[in-house]
Design a protein around this ligand. Sequence first.
Ligand code: NDP
Length: 463
Amino acid sequence: DLSEFGVLGLGVMGKSLCRNFASMGVRISMYNRHVPGKEENIALNFKKKHQELENTLAFDELHKFVGSLQQPRKILLMVNAGPAVDDVISELIPLVSKNDTIIDGGNSHYEDTSERERKLSEHGISFIGCGVSGGEEGALKGPSIMPGGNYNAYEKVKPFLEKIAARDKKGKACCTYVGRSGSGHFTKMVHNGIEYAEMQLLAELYQILRTKGNNPDEIASILADSENKMQSYLLEITIDILKKKEGDAWLIDKILDKAGNKGTGNWTTIATAKLGTPSTMIASSLFARYISAFKDDRIAVGKMLPVEVSAVKISDDIILEAYQLARIVNHIQGFKLLNEASKSYDWSLNLSETARIWTNGCIIRSTLMEKLVDILRKEEDLIHHSEIISSIKQLKPSLTRVVAKSIESNQPVPCLSEAINYLNAISHSNSPANLIQAQRDYFGAHTYQRIDDEPGRFHHTEW
Ligand code: NDP
């Protein structure tokens, strides 16, 4: 019997997705390349390990894998982003037929996705660039899925993707057609950007609470109280992490403080700069990771410029309110980035639907995200919505105090600071940018507009 769906690449994600498909009753074929000197037949060995894979077909020869699929074929690639995707596509082109669909489920760059779609369309092959979030466990139990590309191609793979996706509160699949071309991968990239800032905010919160004299268990219990109100997956795992011990010692204290990254935060920061949108919190979380990576520098400079870190003398409740507002600002900026991209690339993104598919299965799921589904239905620019405005009014004094006190206490809080700086900048009708315009005109004759003249008329002064 031919299979309904194929999965190519049995790494961390591919394996979990295969088990998910099989558990949902989808007849799949699985393929992993045979690397000489490595495990004999990776797909077959994997199949033998899990009972739910009993009815799957396993291959280490590509032509046999392709031949085992019903036409039009649907093949999900779960290989490393970058050249591996192009290599696999080149190998597949001579084997597949017109009207087959290739889905790239990895974290590919959205511009590469658009180019691959164009290239494959010359062969009559459809291509879906599909963001998948939720890590290994999400892939197994139900990820959040962000497919983009040609809508007719999406319709063919929709039933399969919806089957394995997480469910939202109403039982609907956390999978939706995002839009044309690279929009699915762009959306996944912004998801990861928001995730970077959410993680950095938690790191700053941890630092502030730790320097107040709390041990990791105590911080976990402070956060656990707020978890009831703010339910968020990242907050939840942070509580678990803080409680983890090895013997008498907390594991967190044994982990080297150099943050790694796989590039999606970097891409989001480049994209936000390209689009002229101020996702300052994502950018500052990326740079916070980069600064952390210069550990030797930090040690050397710290010897010359010792900083005396003191405790932030503010109640835990106020600190948590600051965190709560900074999260709101992060989401305001993240969705603004999506909205600007949507306008620039003519993608017609449905931001409320995006929030909806991010309410479960993915890393940035939270009760805030659930609220945003409704809010974004009424107002695409979150900062214009009355509920958001009233939260800002209520929580802003706490964020201001926490940032001010943290800086006085010599604690770096780049992401919390960006949140308050953004709020202050975006809510001032007057900015000092008149001076920037004058300087530009002074050295470069770039001209400026006058507030006492018609808009659109440009002036130059012989300074
Ligand atoms: P792994 O490194 O675990 O697996 C990569 C897979 O790709 C392996 O099966 C590997 O085969 C295969 N592969 C690599 N190069 C080639 C090639 N040239 N030809 C054929 N097969 C190749 O990666 P993950 O499963 O973690 O990630 C896959 C994708 O999903 C990435 O784009 C990643 O960014 C994305 N992703 C990962 C998440 C995670 O939490 N891990 C979450 C969301 C997305 P072999 O074993 O033979 O080397």
